[in-house]
Ligand binder design. Structure first.
Ligand SMILES: Cc1cc2nc3c(=O)[nH]c(=O)nc-3n(C[C@H](O)[C@H](O)[C@H](O)COP(=O)(O)OP(=O)(O)OC[C@H]3O[C@@H](n4cnc5c(N)ncnc54)[C@H](O)[C@@H]3O)c2cc1C
Length: 309
């Protein structure tokens, strides 16, 4: 009932071409873990509609979240209240100007790295194997092999849910830390201006190749996961702590601690979100008891709209 009214309101005020209503999408189909119950998804095809769309959601009292590529998400088996917004891949292209590039948040991160490489712009090679969107990478300050996306950001265009308008922020107005940024939960990244060092294409390709080899050798890239499940605590490697306790191969239901990388929990046997959560708790307790170190999740858990991060 509410769905129909919302759909009609959206069509009238936003236009079906700008935002596509996809009710009851199985989130397992949208997450790299392959886990998650149903949710109503709105695919944003034109980000200019966001102020009006979010105003409608507010009028209807419907909470919302923003999803990128779903590669760092653990979604509840019961599904989600409210709606999940998703920026369609195609709404904007990369725009180059000298050694600066405006990258849309909807763009796949790996594609963006390679498009920059073709223009002899490097510095992001370490991010090549990080799956997901540029928006998700900006929110998480994704990083690997000595590179963090936040270091390259010069300005960022963001829809601010709190005030309902689009703003462009300068570096002094944002903070990128280890897998943490200063943005509010209802900030939606729309695009980022990156400044990248000029390097010959062949050098960038060589470094990309090295990073890919390192990743393939050390991570379960062919299994369903959300990447590292825990952040590295200051001064420690979470993977090393878990490995030293002999927890590789530990299984709860369909969820297993990867034998290849102890900080990866993989969905090997049709795991539920609850299996993954139980395994996370088991690891956390064992590490706390044995090492006195409290592990904090890197994976974002979506289970209760009241606990949006
Ligand atoms: C095999 C594998 C390897 C990985 N390796 C790495 C690694 O080396 N380094 C690393 O940092 N991560 C790694 N990850 C984790 C993940 O890929 C990154 O965190 C990635 O940047 C998440 O992007 P996403 O688009 O999938 O975001 P999602 O998973 O969709 O969302 C993650 C968070 O970002 C928010 N978000 C998404 N889009 C936007 C937007 N447009 N505006 C505002 N907020 C947004 C979401 O609300 C959520 O809070 C790995 C994951 C996998 C599966």
């Amino acid at each position: 009932m509410r769905s129909n009214a919302l759909k009609e309101e959206m069509a009238g005020r936003v236009g079906a071409a700008a935002a596509l209503w996809l009710p009851g999408e199985l989130m397992a189909r949208h997450t790299s873990l392959g886990i998650g119950g149903p949710a109503d998804v709105i695919e944003i095809r034109d980000a200019f509609c966001l102020p009006e769309l979010v105003a409608i959601l507010r009028e209807y009292g419907i909470p919302w979240r923003i999803m990128g590529g779903g590669t760092n998400l653990l979604v509840a088996d019961e599904g989600l209240e409210g709606v999940v917004l998703h920026l369609a891949r195609t709404w904007k292209a990369l725009e180059f100007q000298s050694n600066r590039v405006e990258v849309p948040a909807s763009q796949n991160l790996g594609t963006a790295v390679m498009e920059c490489a073709k223009r002899n712009l490097g510095g992001m090679e370490g991010l090549i194997g990080v799956p997901g969107s540029v928006g998700g990478a900006l929110r998480m300050n994704a990083g690997a092999y000595g590179t963090q996306i936040g270091d390259a950001v010069r300005s960022l265009t963001v829809f601010r849910g709190a005030v309902g308008r689009v703003e462009t922020l300068q570096t002094s107005e944002m903070r990128f830390e280890y897998r943490h940024t200063s943005f509010a939960p209802d900030d939606i990244m729309l695009s980022a201006l990156l400044e990248l060092p000029e390097r010959p294409y062949t050098d960038i390709l060589e470094r990309v190749k090295q990073c890919n080899q390192r990743r393939r050798a050390s991570q379960p890239v062919n299994e369903k996961s959300a990447g590292c499940i825990f952040k590295n605590p200051p001064g420690y490697s979470a993977g090393k702590l878990i490995d030293e306790l002999g927890l590789k191969g530990t299984r709860v239901g369909g969820a297993v601690v990867s034998e290849r990388h102890a900080n990866f929990v993989v969905n090997r046997f049709q795991a539920s979100a609850s299996d993954i959560l139980k395994l996370i708790e088991l690891i956390r307790e064992r590490v706390l008891r044995a090492c006195g170190v409290e592990l904090e999740e890197e994976v974002i858990i979506w289970r209760d709209i009241a606990k949006l991060q």
